[in-house]
Write a protein that binds this ligand. Structure first.
Ligand SMILES: [Zn+2]
Length: 104
C-alpha cells in the first residue's frame, strides 16, 4: 500500500463533486483505494455541503460588505468568505472532548 494524494471525483444526487487533496491508500497489486478516516470524513462533508450559500442580511450590512470589498479590490463573495473564515476561527465552538474507550 502506498499513500497518495488525489482529487477525488464522483457523482452524488445529481451533482458532480470534486474533493481536492484527498489522501488515499492504493494497493500496489490491484489498485484498490482505501480511504483513511480523515479522507472519508472530508468526502462526506463534500456530499453534505455544496459550499454555495445563500444569505439573507439587512441592506445596511450588505452595503458595508460591498464597501469593504471595493476597498480591498475583490468581490463581495471573496470579502464575505474571508470575514466568515476569520470570524469562525476567532470564535471556535466547544466540541465534545474525545472520549477514550476504557476496558471494564
Ligand atoms: Zn490489492
Amino acid at each position: 500500500m502506498q499513500i497518495e494524494t488525489i482529487d477525488y471525483r464522483f457523482h452524488y444526487q445529481g451533482r458532480d463533486i470534486t474533493v481536492p487533496g484527498v489522501a488515499v491508500w492504493v494497493c500496489d497489486h490491484c489498485g484498490e483505494q482505501v480511504f483513511p478516516y480523515e479522507s472519508a470524513r472530508k468526502i462526506e462533508t463534500y456530499k453534505k455541503y455544496s459550499g454555495r450559500l445563500h444569505l439573507c442580511v439587512p441592506p445596511e450590512l450588505h452595503a458595508e460588505l460591498a464597501r469593504r470589498a471595493q476597498k480591498h479590490h475583490q468581490s463581495v463573495n471573496q470579502e464575505a468568505y474571508q470575514i466568515l473564515e476569520l470570524a469562525l476561527k476567532a470564535m471556535p465552538v466547544k466540541t465534545k472532548p474525545v472520549t477514550s474507550v476504557t476496558a471494564s
